[in-house]
Ligand binder design. Structure first.
Ligand code: URA
Length: 226
C-alpha cells in the first residue's frame, strides 16, 4: 500500500499545489495522516459505508444532501472510478445517474458489463459546490475511503474516467489524452484511463477512443482472471 504521506504529497502536486507547509501546520498534517491510516482499520464493507455516511472530514459535508458511496457489486471484477457526485447524484445518493451516467451505462453495456456487475465509485463521496474540481484537501480527506473500497473489492481492473480520477489515482499531471490507451498499475491492479462520459457528450468524435480503452480494460481483466 502506498504510504499516506507520500500519496498526499502526490495528490497536492497533481493539483499543482505547493506541498511545503509552514512549521505550525506540521502537527495538523500529522493528524490528517493519522485519520487516513484509521480508514485502513475499517474492517467490513458495511462499516466502511457507515463511516462514509457519517463523514465530516472536510467542509463538503455541510453542503451535501447525502454521501455517494458507490453502486454495484462489492465483489466486482471491474471498478470504475469517476470524479465526484453532481447535483443529481447528490439527490439520489448514487454515482453517474445524470446524462453522463446514461452514457457510461451504454459504454459498459457495449463490453458486456453493467452497473450491477461492476462497482462504480468516485474520488469524492460528497458533491463539490457548483460541480467545481475537487480541492486537494477534499481528495486527501476522502482518499482513505476509496483506498479501502479498492482493498475490499480487489478488482481485476480499474477504469479511471476523466482527468481528475486519472491524475489523482496515478499521481501525475499528464493529460488524459496521453494517459489513455495503455496499461497503468495501481499497486497490483491494472488500471486503464479513458475519457469522462461528460466530455464524450461534448466531443462524440472521441467515443471511438473510449471504445478502444474499454476493449483494453476487458482484455486486461480477462488476463488477470486466467
Ligand atoms: N461525474 C462523475 O465523475 N461522477 C459522478 O458520479 C457523476 C458525474
Amino acid at each position: 500500500m502506498i504510504q499516506p504521506e507520500h500519496q498526499r504529497r502526490a495528490y497536492l502536486e497533481a493539483l499543482g499545489i505547493d506541498v511545503w507547509l509552514p512549521r505550525d501546520e506540521v502537527g495538523a498534517q500529522a493528524e490528517d495522516v493519522a485519520e487516513t491510516d484509521a480508514h485502513a482499520e475499517i474492517p467490513t464493507w458495511d462499516d466502511l459505508r457507515a463511516a462514509v455516511a457519517a463523514c465530516t472530514s472536510c467542509s463538503l459535508h455541510t453542503g451535501r444532501t447525502q454521501t455517494v458511496f458507490g453502486v454495484g457489486d462489492p465483489q466486482a471484477d471491474w471498478m470504475v472510478i469517476g470524479e465526484a457526485p453532481g447535483a443529481e447524484e447528490d439527490r439520489r445518493g448514487e454515482p453517474f445517474v445524470g446524462r453522463a451516467g446514461k452514457l457510461l451505462d451504454e459504454m459498459l453495456r457495449a463490453v458486456g458489463q453493467s452497473r450491477d456487475r461492476v462497482f462504480i465509485a468516485n474520488i469524492l463521496k460528497c458533491r463539490p459546490p457548483n460541480n467545481r474540481d475537487p480541492k486537494a484537501e477534499e481528495s486527501a480527506a476522502c482518499r482513505g475511503y476509496l483506498q479501502r473500497q479498492i482493498e475490499l473489492i480487489e478488482p481485476k481492473i480499474i477504469l479511471a474516467v476523466g482527468r481528475i480520477a486519472a491524475q489523482l489515482l496515478l499521481e501525475t499531471d499528464e493529460p488524459v489524452g496521453r494517459l489513455r490507451g495503455s496499461r497503468h498499475q495501481l499497486g497490483d491492479t491494472p488500471l486503464v484511463v479513458t475519457y469522462h462520459p461528460a466530455y464524450l457528450l461534448r466531443s462524440p468524435s472521441q467515443k471511438r477512443k473510449a471504445w478502444d480503452d474499454l476493449c483494453l480494460a476487458t482484455r486486461l481483466m480477462r488476463e488477470a482472471s486466467e
